[in-house]
Design a protein around this ligand. Structure first.
Ligand code: BF8
Ligand code: SF4
Length: 634
């Protein structure tokens, strides 16, 4: 065992953060911790969702004395409209990421910047979509598929192609409730149309559209993002990497990749291994180039290349505060504008690359699929040349590092678990061995834990403590996004170390399969992998998704994307447990629609639970899983 290979507690991580903040104070750095203080208490109207400013007669704020806005809209209409707008923002964002991937697919060519790394997967999806594959050059097929996929965003008629992957029962529920998403952009546009002044103010209609817009993300844009990222960069397989802030290297050029679109990070990783760049790094006195990731980009490159994960959403300032970050290179989403001024306190270059995320105090090197190679090389070069500007007196890398086994795509999960059952696997295999573990009670069920950090919840604490509690109860975890990194940072993805938290049944399964009890399924767009896994479990068991002892959970969520995810996870039939209120508590009707027996549950057999007490949230999930088991008589 190496000295760094261990479990790390939230308290230890907080102590490391405190020492980094101390580092920052030497150079006058601002911090999110300070800004939270400046912003607290938050506006009560905003927090309960009861403020409307969609027209300039307002803003209107609903109180007992003023129960309606100037147009006459009541609190339920205002809260529901805000909820739908929140969803539309998230759906647009995930789906636009998927669209960028489709454009990258369109740029692939033999020997080019981007190639097809998983041709079998491309052919499999082409067959699924009814696109002729016989005798076709793989790049011709890739370009054709890119065009067909891009049409999913704007086709005038029909519904999303990937819906056919869902179990028939789920498809029937969607059809009966009129929830099948049509073109992705149409669902986002219609959401914004419905929430325009003088359109919908009825919670039922607004929440219905929120589910449909969410579904256009999960079963549309995100699923395309995931599937075609696999085609372009390879379908993840289990591999070992490291996590936490100690992955930054004292003697090397540290380049942090942060954001979401693997089209950028893949290229940076490639050029950081370029002999010319390594020689350049040595010429400036470094031992080499170390790439590490933050946020979902970290998940993408960890899953495919074993690149270490420096941290999640609320660790993004920490990487700069180490004083050892030569460049933080970002694309889109979840990037703190604070990185601009913060980088200026150190020698760090803050490099933005996307016209979608332009941020003050950054150096902008526009990245595009056509010029990706030269852009990436320029970025790596700039970082390496910056090594000499490091101020040694400011370097403070907390020695916290864990081992993490990552890369559990659906294909990989099925493969390892089929292996346990000793069945002969010729094809992709089935989820039956996993189902047997659940039916026999060796595993009680599964929780899909996803989402962000949020200062409203003690960062990482909710993820990690909930995971430990679930593991003790023989509940396996599938995770993505910043939840995945929280687990990795704590050591919960280290198959050896994490065993200590597992109940006897789960421990046995993990030992037999050689897996950690917390399975890293990827970034947030990869929650689409979870939809496919749930669908496969449903088809292999003959049970509706809603009957499976599986629930979703986002204990520390913060973004619009997370609300869109919540909606598509619920709409797929999985009860979803939130640790932060989605600004709906101001309306009893909206709360009933989202969490009650007669709300969305009537359409999709699942609903939300919102509980800000994390201990209770865990108990509620375990109760729900046990109730589902009891209903099945297992
Ligand atoms: O998409 S979990 S903080 S990084 S939004 Fe963002 Fe939330 Fe992290 Fe990725 Ni997802
Ligand atoms: Fe006020 Fe109605 Fe305008 Fe909203 S739409 S700001 S409630 S007048």
């Amino acid at each position: 065992m190496k000295d760094w290979d261990r479990l790390i507690t939230v308290e230890e991580m907080e102590a490391a953060t405190a020492s980094l903040l101390e580092n920052g104070s030497k150079v006058g750095a601002d911090s999110w911790q300070q800004r939270v203080k400046n912003q607290t208490p938050h506006c009560g109207f905003g927090e309960s969702g009861t403020c409307c400013r969609i027209c300039s007669m307002g803003p209107c704020r609903i109180t007992k004395k003023a129960p309606r806005g100037i147009c006459g809209c009541d609190v339920h209409g205002i809260v529901a409209r805000n909820f739908l707008k929140f969803t539309a923002g998230g759906s647009a964002t995930h789906s636009d990421h998927g669209r960028e991937i489709m454009h990258t697919l369109h740029e692939t060519r033999e020997g080019g910047n981007y190639t097809v790394k998983d041709p079998e997967k491309l052919i499999r999806i082409a067959k699924e979509w009814g696109v002729e594959t016989e005798g076709k050059d793989i790049y011709d097929l890739a370009h054709e598929m890119a065009e067909v996929g891009l049409m999913e965003y704007g086709k005038p008629f029909g519904t999303q192609k990937f819906l056919k992957r869902a179990p028939q029962h789920t498809q029937d529920l969607w059809a009966a409730a009129g929830l099948e998403p049509r073109a992705i952009d149409r669902e986002v546009s219609q959401s914004l149309h419905m929430t325009h002044m003088g359109c919908s103010s009825m919670p039922e209609a607004l929440i219905h559209q929120a589910l449909r817009a969410g579904l256009s993300d999960g079963w549309g844009g995100s699923m395309m993002g995931t599937e075609f990222s696999d085609v372009l960069f390879g379908t993840p397989k289990p591999l070992d990497t490291t996590a936490n802030i100690g992955v930054m290297e004292q003697d090397m050029v540290n380049i942090i990749v942060h954001g979401h679109d693997p089209s950028l990070s893949e290229m940076i990783v490639y050029y950081a291994n370029d002999p010319e760049m390594i020689a350049l790094a040595k010429s400036v006195g470094a031992k080499g180039i170390n790439i590490a990731g933050v946020c979902c980009t970290a998940n993408e490159v960890a899953m495919r290349h074993g690149i270490p994960m420096a941290g999640n959403f609320l660790s993004q300032e920490n990487v700069v505060l180490t004083g050892a970050c030569e460049a933080i290179v970002v694309d889109v989403q979840c990037i703190f504008p604070a990185l601009g001024p913060l980088s200026k306190c150190f020698h760090t270059k803050f490099i933005t690359t996307s016209p979608i995320a332009r941020i003050p105090d950054s150096e902008f090197i526009q990245f595009s699929a056509e010029t990706a190679g030269e852009n990436a090389k320029a970025i790596v070069r700039a970082a390496v040349e910056n090594f000499k500007n490091r101020r040694p007196e400011l370097v403070n890398i907390p020695q916290q590092k864990t081992k993490a086994r990552v890369g559990y795509s659906v294909e990989a999960i099925i493969k390892v678990l089929d292996g346990v059952a000793n069945t002969q696997v010729d094809t992709m295999g089935t989820t039956k061995p996993l189902l047997e573990c659940v039916t026999s009670g060796v595993l009680r069920g599964a929780v899909a834990m996803v989402g962000c950090n949020n200062p409203k919840v003690r960062p990482d604490y909710a993820h990690i403590e909930l995971m430990k509690k679930l593991l003790e109860n023989d509940i396996i975890l599938i995770v993505s996004g910043c939840s995945a990194q929280a687990a990795a940072k704590a050591g919960l993805m280290d198959p050896e170390m994490a065993k200590e938290y597992c109940g006897a049944g789960l421990k046995r399964v993990c030992e037999l399969a050689g897996i950690p009890p917390v399975l890293h399924m990827g970034s947030c767009v990869d929650i689409s992998r979870m939809l496919i896994l749930a669908s496969e479990l449903s088809k292999d068991s003959g049970l509706p998704i809603s009957a499976l002892p599986v629930v979703g959970c986002a204990p520390e969520w913060m973004s619009e994307k997370a609300v869109s995810i919540g909606n598509y996870v619920v709409a797929t039939g999985l009860d979803t447990f939130l640790g932060v209120d989605p600004y709906v508590k101001g309306s009893s009707e909206v709360c009933d629609w989202l969490t009650g027996e007669n709300g969305v549950k009537k359409w999709v057999e699942a609903s939300y639970v919102v509980e800000t007490d994390i201990e209770k949230l865990g108990d509620l999930m375990i109760e729900r899983i046990e109730a589902k088991r009891a209903a099945l008589g297992i």
